[in-house]
Design a binder for this molecule. Sequence first.
Ligand SMILES: Cc1cc2nc3c(=O)[nH]c(=O)nc-3n(C[C@H](O)[C@H](O)[C@H](O)COP(=O)(O)OP(=O)(O)OC[C@H]3O[C@@H](n4cnc5c(N)ncnc54)[C@H](O)[C@@H]3O)c2cc1C
Length: 238
Amino acid sequence: MTDLPWTVWREAVITEIAPVTPRVKRFVLAAGFDGFRPGQHVDVRLTAEDGYQAQRSYSIASAPDGTGTIELMIEGLDGGEVSGFFQEVAEVGDRIELRGPIGGSFAWGPEEGGPLLLVGGGSGVVPLLAMLRHRARAAPEIPCRLIYSVRSRAEAIALDELEVRARDEPGFGLHLLTTREGAGRRIDGAVVAAALADLGIPARCFVCGSNPFVGAASALLLAAGLRPATIRTERFGG
Ligand SMILES: Cc1cc2nc3c(=O)[nH]c(=O)nc-3n(C[C@H](O)[C@H](O)[C@H](O)COP(=O)(O)OP(=O)(O)OC[C@H]3O[C@@H](n4cnc5c(N)ncnc54)[C@H](O)[C@@H]3O)c2cc1C
């Protein structure tokens, strides 16, 4: 497969759609490229009949596997222009325009080493899932912890997969926080300290989610004494 430059818009076909949580759907796309790094994203462009265009970014959830397909997980936001299309209108067989893969520093591969600390809020777990999937296949010896903050277990993306990984993969641990269920806990210094006590000093930290989540989580990592140069962030908006 010859990968086109990331700047070129190309057509991708939706080959599968499945619900992941009440608000998130999973889309498999025949994208025609495979040379991406876990953590990278694509830009999607929709064009209306009158020529109006809307463009948004979506992280790749899958690890590179040589098939030329990628998996996206898109949360339907109230009144969301592009996520609303994916939640309510998109069907298997639809062709959509995308370009990518995009993202230089927010990407991880085994050559970057570990330990690896991943911190995700809500749909911000999507690029971290790609890293976890790639680590399991390509470098299972690298220790890794995921701190994942969601409103409730029902809204947690890929929770079954994450819990199976935490049970079966030596070196991987999950710290799940539910903000609107049970005692309702947000990420705090004690959670970060527990993850670091388990993991050791991470060579790389990846933090992803809404603007407020990324701000709060990165401040906690810095307060825990981690070096700024080891922390990479991706902000989804909101
Ligand atoms: C690098 C990158 C990767 C991303 N990956 C994903 C992904 O894997 N899955 C995913 O679901 N989204 C992802 N996003 C967010 C995505 O690009 C869109 O911003 C999101 O789908 C909303 O677009 P929309 O057109 O539906 O909403 P809009 O019509 O733009 O906005 C609708 C309303 O939602 C608010 N809003 C916009 N974005 C957010 C947000 N992220 N959180 C809360 N409120 C918001 C707006 O302020 C507005 O009030 C990513 C963003 C970036 C920058």
